[in-house]
Design a protein around this ligand. Structure first.
Ligand SMILES: *Cc1c(COP(=O)(O)O)cnc(C)c1O
Length: 396
């Protein structure tokens, strides 16, 4: 089947929820993808910050092969060895205490919302159920997480939305202070806003949130679904700021392309859940956690993270050298970079695709760079050259 065959069948049979590019990648290796017509692409989307080890990483293939011959799935009625091991690694690396596994970012955030409320319910303070979230945030597409999301375009038409979410201004501590009241149970924030346009939080803002939450006796939740798992140059984004949230949520990169999500919490917050309070049939499944174990082993071994810091600095420097009057700024952290333009970037993304470079936007005016963490300097040079060529052709 060609790209066209697949796209046509897709339009007939697959529900119309995505505006898709007219290609169907069928094979991948490292930072490269090939579509059904045999065309090669340099992939700076990586499944949107998912394929952190590149495509078809040999060690990840091996880990899944070995696990797939042993056992695929049992219920969480039983202990699951690779799940226990993945939890141990996440606890060891985060300095938090307990892990709940699920299958996606939205589910991880749902779990965090439920845990925050149940924590106060168990303390006989069920009235504390309001969560402070932020404008331009993104937390997922379930009804609760889409309500937490601070962008009305994702909420339109889905009323009635669940209650208990109030929106403050990102990077504006005073706007949070104004919203804290006797009913507040938690603050939920992305350390680097992703879908909202690659906007890093000011260190003073996150440190201020930690202080504010401590003073008010409420929980601080970091949504690290996109910015976690090595993306920003440390395994978890919170590790840049010398503070610890009570709860973090993970997904995207955690399985290196295998679907898995997780909520990691400290002992205090974790005490909110008891058997029966929350569950997921597939959460922490053997195959998924076998993948996560391998991903964590690779990220936590040798100089992997040092390499991410160096190569992401190289990419940032190369992007900063690009001169084009439409560029406003390039910002972000590690391999989570955004180039903001004074106009929409859709046309530019299409030209890049034709030239064999995959990129994705983050909001209408921001070009996002979330390549595999394993991308090398030669590939970065190639991507920057293709982007420069595309900018020359791009008329707006
Ligand atoms: C992608 C994303 C989500 C949602 O993850 P899904 O796996 O699509 O449910 C939540 N939060 C952030 C910050 C994200 O980037």
């Amino acid at each position: 089947m060609t790209n066209n065959d697949i796209a046509q069948k897709g339009q007939q049979y697959v529900m119309n929820t995505y505006g898709r590019f007219p290609i169907a990648p069928v094979r991948g290796k490292g930072s490269y993808l090939w579509d059904a017509d045999g065309k090669q692409y340099l992939d700076f989307v990586g499944g949107i910050a998912v394929c952190i080890l590149g495509h078809c990483n040999d060690e990840l293939i091996k880990a899944l092969e070995v696990q797939s011959q042993q056992l695929w799935h049992v219920s969480n009625l039983y202990w699951i060895q690779p799940q226990v091991e993945a939890a141990e690694k996440l606890v060891r690396e985060s300095g938090l205490d307990k892990v709940f596994f699920c299958n996606s970012g939205a589910e991880a955030n749902e779990a965090a919302i439920k845990l925050a409320r149940k924590y106060f319910y168990r303390k006989q303070e069920a009235f504390r159920n309001e969560i402070i979230v932020f404008k331009d945030s993104f937390h997922g597409r379930t009804l609760a997480t889409v309500t937490a999301t601070g962008q009305t375009k994702y909420q339109e038409g889905f009323a009635p939305l669940p209650g208990g979410f109030v929106h403050a201004e990102f990077n504006n501590l005073a706007s949070v202070e104004r919203l804290v009241n006797a009913n507040t149970c938690a603050v939920l924030v992305e350390p680097v806003q992703g879908e909202g346009g690659i906007k890093p939080a000011d260190p003073s803002f996150l440190i201020g949130l930690r202080k504010l939450c401590d003073q008010a006796g409420i929980l601080l939740i970091f949504d690290e679904v996109q910015c976690g798992m090595g993306r920003t140059g440390s395994l978890f984004a919170f590790q840049h700021y010398g503070i610890k949230p009570d709860i973090i949520t993970l997904a995207k990169g955690l399985g290196g392309g295998f679907p898995i999500g997780a909520m990691v919490a400290n002992e205090k917050a974790s005490s909110g859940f008891a058997p029966g309070d929350h569950a997921s049939t597939f959460g922490g499944n053997l195959l998924a956690t076998a993948a996560a174990n391998q991903v964590l082993d690779i990220l936590c071994t040798g100089n992997f993270m040092q390499q991410v810091i160096e190569s992401s600095e190289y990419l940032k420097n190369e992007l900063d050298k690009i001169i084009d009057h439409r560029i406003i700024e390039t910002r972000g952290k590690g391999f989570m970079l955004g180039m903001e333009f004074n106009c929409e970037v859709k046309g530019l993304i299409n030209i890049c695709l034709q030239k064999g470079l995959l990129l994705v936007g983050a909001g209408p005016n921001v070009l996002r760079f979330v390549p595999p963490l394993t991308v090398n300097e030669a590939e970065i040079n190639q991507a920057v050259d293709l982007l420069k060529e595309a900018l020359k052709e791009w008329k707006i």
